[in-house]
Write a protein that binds this ligand. Sequence first.
Ligand SMILES: Cc1ncc(COP(=O)(O)O)c(C=O)c1O
Length: 465
Amino acid sequence: MENKQNWLEYDVEDMVAGDKDALWHHLKPHKCFETQEQMIIVEGKGLVVKDIRGREYLDATSGGVWSVMVGYGRDSIADAVCAQMKKMPYFAGVYGNVPSIKFAKKLLEKLPNHDKVYFSNSGSEANEKAFKIIRQASHIDPARKGKYKIMYRDRDYHGTTIGAMSATGQAQRKEGFGPFVDGFIEFPHCACYRCPYDKTYGNCNIECARKVEDIILKEGAENIGGLIVEPITAGGGILKPVKEYYPILQEICRKYEIWMIMDEVVCGFGRTGKFWGHEHFDVDPEIITMAKGLASSYEALSATVVKQKIFNTFLNDPTNPETRLNYFRDISTYGGCTSALTAALESTRIIEDENLVDNSVKMGAYLLEKLETLKKYDVVGDIRGQGLFAGIEYVTDKTTKEPITEGQMAQLMGNVMAEKVIVGRTNSSLNGMNNVMNFAPCLTITKEQVDTIVAAVATAIEKTF
Ligand SMILES: Cc1ncc(COP(=O)(O)O)c(C=O)c1O
C-alpha cells in the first residue's frame, strides 16, 4: 500500500526553530533573527495572507515581488496543475508538450507582432536567453557580425545571475559581485522627478532618449547588438518614461540595427493597466521577456518572445554547412515544464475572464488618487505610478529633494507592517536613493482594500516622522 504523507501538517515551534536553523533567506541580514522571529507565511486567500502565529496581513505586494496577479487560493489553478501532473509531469523542452503549445499560442495572440516563444524558469533566465540570442546572432549572421554588446539603463534591474546583473543599472546592488561580463554599457535613466540632465519636461527635447545615440556612437554602433529596458522601471523606483521617450529610443535602435529587449517581467499581465507595460507607449520591441505574473507565481515560469526575423537568423544559419548549428544553442531543464505552463494557462484565463486588466485601470486610478492625499506630509516628495503599480518617494525636504535615509525607510516599513499591511520598497539598490515605497497589489483588489492600505501608510508616516 502507498504510504501517504500529509505534507500540509506541521508543528508550529518545530517550524519556527527549523526556519532559524536551516534556511538562508533572500536579502535578509540574519543577525536580526537573534532577537526576533522570522515571519512564516502559511496561508493566503485573495489579498490576505496569514502567518504561522495566526496573524493576518493585507498584502499590497502580490507576494513580496509583485507577481501573484490573480490573488491567493485559486483552486482552479491548483486543480488544473494537479490534473496535468498526473497525466504528464515533465519532459525536456527539446520535445513538445500540450500546455506549452497552448500557452505559446496564447502569448502570441497577446503579442501579434511577435512569432516565437522560448520558455525558461525565471526573469533572470529569460533575459539571459535574450542576451545569448543577440550574442549567437552576432556570430552566425554576417550582417550582425561583432554586434555583441548590450546597452542597459541606469536604475533598471534585469536579474540576479551574473549576466543579468551586468545589465542592471543599480550600482549598490552590484557591489561585491564584480568583475562583471564584458560588453554591457550603461546609459542614463528617464526619471523626470530627478532628471539626469537637469531639465524639465516640456522644455527638455527628451534629452534622456536622444543622448543614447551619442553613447552608441562613442562605443561604436558596429559592436552593439541589443538594448534592454523595463517599460516602467520597477525596483529602481517606479519610473514611467514620458510618452515621447520610447519612440525616440526605438528610432535610434533601428537606425543602428540594435534589437530592443523589453523586460516585461514585472509590468506584464495587467500590472500597469494594460496587458503589457510597453502598450502604454508607441513602441514595438524586437524581443520581449516575461516571468513573475506569467503563472501568477503559482509555478516558476518565464519566456523570451521574438520576432520572426530573429528566429530566421537561427533557422537559416548561413555559416559553414559542415559546422553550422541551425539552432539556438541553449537549454533550460525546467523551461516548458508542463505544470508551470498549465498554471500560466489558467492564471491568464482568470485575468481575461474576470476582466482584471480593467480592474487594474480602475483600482490603479483610485490608488493613485488616494496616495496623492499623502502629499500633505512634508516627507512625501513624489507620487507616481500606472495601473496597480505605484510608488511614493520620501524626502527630507521637498525643495532640495534630499532622500530620507535607508534607516528611516526601514522604520517606516516596520510601522506599516504594524498596521497589518505589507508594502514594498527599494532595498539597498541605489546608493543613497533607497527611498521609494512601492505598491503592487493583486489585480483583484477592491476599493476598501485600497483604503486600508493608504490609511496604514498615513498612520505609519505620522508615527515615524
Ligand atoms: C524587471 C525585472 N526583470 C527581471 C527580474 C528577475 O526575475 P527573477 O527574480 O525571476 O530572476 C526582476 C526581478 O525582480 C525584475 O524586477
